[in-house]
Design a protein around this ligand. Structure first.
Ligand code: DQQ
Length: 539
């Protein structure tokens, strides 16, 4: 078990034991951030789904609290499934969640805190009239789950929520209106539907400002605002989003670019990341995104180590004013409280085929910020390079081209028998256009046989005059990487056996055949978040 204990993370949120999946009902109340999550109290695999509960002052240091809700009524005895919180103008908190009933049907249920003056919101009451919604005609009893945070209707006197479902293989979002969260009217048609995308789990729907960097409360609508619609596709277990315009009168959402519609275009994260959910943080006027990061080792290994899954570092979400066509995700600034001992490397020249070790104290717990510039001559002299390149299918960091790959290798060992390259790969098409790909290569991340080893990634917009820039949060068995300020994000779970704790190494590399690259790097050792269990042991 010693081997497996170092796969536990030091500053990502995880329970002490057992299985965790989706983040639920995040909210800020009386000085505390609350996170609820899908949890199995009995084992390290999915089942007996209960709402775990934890609180934090800063989204990084957490205190585990007693369960918020357990499966104990006929309407949720098979699981207290995913749900969302809405804070009403008078301060009341409404929690809507999916119950899996005694006969395995999905229904929506209402719960609220017993005592709003308790900052920890320890006690939760399930409404006596539950369930408040059952699957409507034409919707499968197992295709009706994960209610969103509510937003106000245009006249301001009713609340709306959306719930994901499917009709045949078309993913859909149903909208309901309510005044009291107890009785509801279904609006006609769907807010949106995309053929071929299958069941939409954990739909999320929220406004982003086109001109401000602050986040918006969920009910904000109108000019200067776009709406993000996100669905977690049950069929391929990835979170897809699209930017679009919401017409609250018609209750329709229209994607800006139909080719980048929900489920067929952009993803929040090109690695392991699912069932995510945002909330508006009224404390710091920002929108924060949580996501579930599952294991990619075997179920057997999860049972042996006694735990499974982590939550991502919460990310601030905003509209990318520079491209206008994507959102930006960035680790909440509070994570920087864990930084210490900066190490800097300026203007490191990396010729074609070079690799440079970087010395750091805590190589398994790092915040790395790196930027790369390409030698202009080599760049301009390129006729055509790697048209058709794609991170997942083009062979990883060992595959050399004229203009890439270059980047960092994290969680490597001394001889690089293990290592996870995070890199850029620039291509030039026959049309003369350069494109940049951002990839994470797990092919040599572990000598262990029984873990997923894939190459993740996608294209990332790099605008004129921008350097290639990345940030990676390294935490033992997870690497969250952000390119170009968060335009493209990749989360990897990796299970090194040698590149562990102090034995791990970080490298800069340029495996291109033609270009030289100049790299500048800042790295911080990251402390541990020291997540504790309630009641606090003062010893
Ligand atoms: N997880 C929950 C469901 C949701 C799924 C059950 C997504 O409510 O659709 O644990 O991971």
């Amino acid at each position: 078990n010693a081997i497996l204990s170092w796969q536990r993370t030091a500053y990502h949120f995880q329970p002490e034991h057992n299985w965790m999946n989706d983040p639920n009902g995040p909210l800020f109340h009386k000085g505390w951030y609350h996170l609820f999550y899908q949890y199995n109290p009995d084992s390290a695999v999915w089942g007996n789904i209960t709402w775990g509960h934890a609180v934090s002052k800063d989204l990084i240091h957490w205190l585990h609290l007693p369960f918020a809700m357990v499966p104990d009524h006929w309407y949720d005895i098979n699981g207290v499934w995913t749900g969302s919180a809405t804070i009403l103008p008078d301060g009341q908190i409404v929690m809507l969640y999916t119950g899996d009933t005694y006969d395995v049907k999905q229904v929506q249920c209402l719960a609220y805190p017993a005592n709003l003056s308790d900052p920890l919101l320890l006690d939760w009451v399930k409404y006596s009239g539950n369930p408040v919604l059952v699957p409507p005609p034409g919707i499968g009893a197992k295709d009706f789950r994960d209610p969103t945070t509510a937003w106000l209707s245009p006249d301001g006197d009713k609340w709306r929520i959306t719930i994901g479902s499917k009709v045949n293989t078309t993913g859909i979002s149903l909208v309901y209106e309510t005044v009291d969260f107890k009785t509801y009217d279904m609006l006609d048609g769907y807010m949106h539907a995309v053929p071929g995308t299958g069941m939409w789990e954990c739909v999320d729907f929220y406004p982003v400002s086109m001109s401000e960097i602050n986040g918006l409360d969920t009910s904000v609508s109108g000019s200067g605002v776009k709406h993000v619609l996100k669905a977690s596709l049950d069929d391929d277990k990835n979170d897809y989003y699209a930017l679009g315009v919401y017409d609250p009168i018609e209750d329709k959402w229209i994607p800006d670019d139909p080719k980048l519609d929900v489920g067929i275009g952009l993803r929040y994260d090109y690695g392991k990341y699912y069932a995510s959910k945002t909330f508006y943080d009224q404390n710091k006027q920002r929108r924060i995104l949580w996501g579930w990061i599952r294991e990619t080792d075997s179920e057997y290994a999860d049972i042996w180590k006694g735990w499974a899954s982590v939550q991502s570092i919460p990310r601030t979400v905003m509209f990318d004013q520079k491209t206008g066509s994507n959102i930006l995700q960035w680790p909440v600034s509070e994570v920087e409280e864990l930084r210490s001992e900066i190490v800097e490397f300026d203007n490191v020249k990396l010729g074609p085929g070079s690799i440079v070790p970087l010395k750091v104290d805590t190589p398994s717990q790092l915040d790395i910020v790196a930027s790369f510039e390409i030698d202009e001559d080599a760049f301009e002299g390129t006729v055509e390079a790697d048209a058709g390149y794609s991170c997942p299918t083009s062979g990883g960091a060992a595959n050399r081209g004229e203009l890439g790959p270059f980047g960092v290798i994290v969680l490597g060992d001394k001889t690089l028998s293990e290592g996870t390259p995070i890199y850029f790969y620039v291509t030039k098409g026959t049309n003369g256009k350069f494109e940049t790909h951002f990839c994470a290569d797990e092919l040599r991340s572990s000598l262990a046989p029984d873990v997923d080893k894939v190459v993740y990634g996608s294209k990332v917009p790099v605008l004129h005059g921008e350097k290639y820039s990345l940030r990676s949060l390294v935490d033992h068995s997870i690497v969250e990487s952000f390119a170009q300020g968060g335009r493209t994000v990749i989360t990897s779970r990796v299970y090194p056996t040698r590149a562990v704790d102090g034995a791990a190494r970080v490298y800069l590399f340029n495996n291109a055949t033609k270009v030289s690259v100049t790299a500048s790097v800042k790295m911080w050792n990251m402390g541990s978040a020291d997540i504790r269990t309630f009641p606090l042991n003062e010893q």
